[in-house]
Design a protein around this ligand. Sequence first.
Ligand code: ADP
Length: 320
Amino acid sequence: MKKIAVLTSGGDAPGMNAAVRAVVRTAIYNGLEVYGVYQGYKGLVENNIKKLEVGDVGNIINRGGTMLYSARLPEFANPEVRKGAIKNLEALGIDGLVVIGGDGSYRGAMALSNEMNIKTIGVPGTIDNDICCTDFTIGFDTALNTIVDAIDKVRDTASSHERAFIIEVMGRNAGDLALFAGIAGGSESLLIPEKKEDIDEVVARIKAGEDRGKKHSIIVLAEGVMSGQDLAKELKERTGEEVRATILGHIQRGGTPSAQDRVLASRLGNYAVQLLLAGESGRAVGIQNNKLVSTKFEDVFGDVHNVDLSIYDVSKQLSI
Ligand code: ADP
């Protein structure tokens, strides 16, 4: 192993920069040359690849987003398109590739690793925490803190105006962000895709709250269940009460990465390069019970990410 490349792909996540920094510096520390691929797979196909030095990743550990930029390139599912990318890597003499991204990015990385001799490792970077075989993904903790901050603020208005508020949070089909934010923000109700039938309970809680004279409540809603507007409409129809929806949107993806995300990204980025140095390929790194682990891409896709429903049960008991 002499030369490696690193790219970020899919939705950006706070902490991706810390992961890039870790990959670059670990590589250089171990005597490797390292190249940055700009704009994810698009840059790989368009040969937007530049050599990186230690200083190029200075002052980025504290920055959200990704200095390597990200892009979506649906055409990358086409093997002919990937051939061009492989040619560009081979022309530079790259023998290892680190892909930082989510589930879609992993699919691209797995396809590449099956079609070329260049060793490939995936690093989980997405706020959604929806990747199997790792307890946490890079960006999740920062997004969670952003959401909790928003819940605290909305709660001030909710209690002053004695209203129910829905806060719609990201997470695609995973309920992790909503679940953790619901607990940390002390929400009265929580709706996640893994338990979407609980809408009847939300109605019952609003009604029970009213009977006790409590008019305000915070309902944390995962986007994978339904939209905040639709839920507001449904709740109004069923309770007769006006319910407001706040959709947090892309503010959840931005901001300075939390210390937790910086540490996770530094460890996972370092571990990815260690695996390449050990001759490993076709694997995704992750953290389980605070231990670094790696899993074959096939197994990552073969298994589903499961939200921890024991935490859901805790939230139920605490939001009486
Ligand atoms: P994320 O990595 O955050 O899940 P996407 O699903 O948008 O984000 O995937 C990022 C990129 O990965 C896509 O734009 C595409 O270039 C590539 N990709 C996604 N799915 C595949 C696939 N099945 N085969 C090859 N490349 C893929």
